[in-house]
Design a protein around this ligand. Structure first.
Ligand code: SF4
Ligand code: SF4
Length: 222
């Protein structure tokens, strides 16, 4: 791995592999359980007392009682491990002073209006830098690491103080409390959680992919 661009590409492709693998496994499981008399697909609309609906309910139960609890328990364990004494925030302020997104403020706004919770939270915290040069001045080295050939947008939080503290710590939003649990978070090498992230990255990507698929099934089958 030579730079952050390679790291990002690697993370995305690993996530995609886990996603497709688990989607395939779950799909097999779903169709192995399909009653012979049902001709439709798992996400079709069925009458409440039909065999099709019973099939959907059995899959929902399998997910809610059988698969999801284990996935979420493992995710919690990974996140608890980050909070042990081995890892800690070094108060460098990078994650508050320089956040990147592949989306412009307008695109994030649109996503937010369409119910994207992450976009809503992101916009509640970060504002865009007026120019790339402004972002570069904050952390030239980090900026270079983050630079990609794709267009990205640079943001910062106005609530971070000059000594890299959060001026609204007790009221900081969930997106800040969760940082850097998301395996797609970008961490500078100096970040106190970088070792944790690298150590758990594969498990974290796998569990995140599984959680995303399970949530999709739950929302469709309920
Ligand atoms: S980048 Fe890491 S070490 Fe720096 S402030 Fe954020 S969490 Fe703390
Ligand atoms: S709200 Fe606080 S923790 Fe969150 S990005 Fe801003 S300064 Fe950092």
């Amino acid at each position: 791995m030579t730079n952050m661009k390679d790291e990002i590409t690697n993370i995305k492709s690993t996530y995609r592999e886990f996603f497709l693998k688990f989607a395939g496994e779950l799909n097999k499981c779903v169709y192995d359980a399909k009653p012979k008399n049902v001709t439709g697909e798992i996400f079709d609309k069925y009458e409440e007392n039909s065999e099709g609906r019973a099939w959907q309910k059995s899959i929902l139960k399998l997910i809610e009682d059988g698969i999801a609890p284990d996935v979420y328990k493992k995710l919690v364990t990974l996140r608890e491990y980050r909070k042990n004494n081995k890892f800690s925030c070094k108060m460098c302020g990078s994650c508050c002073k320089l956040a990147i997104s592949e989306f412009s403020p307008e695109e994030l706004n649109e996503k937010s209006q369409n119910g994207d919770n992450f976009a809503t939270q992101f916009l509640s915290v970060f504002i865009p830098y007026e120019t790339e040069d402004e972002a570069k001045k904050i952390y030239p080295e980090y900026f270079e690491l983050l630079k990609t050939e794709d267009k990205v947008y640079y943001y910062h939080c106005p609530k971070v103080t000059k000594d890299n503290k959060c001026s609204n710590y007790d009221m900081r939003p969930q997106i800040c409390k969760d940082f850097p649990d998301n395996p797609f978070s970008f961490l500078p090498k100096s970040c106190g959680y970088k070792t944790w992230k690298d150590e758990v990255l594969n498990d974290s990507l796998k569990l995140q992919a599984m959680a995303e698929i399970l949530e999709f099934y739950k929302s469709k089958l309920k």
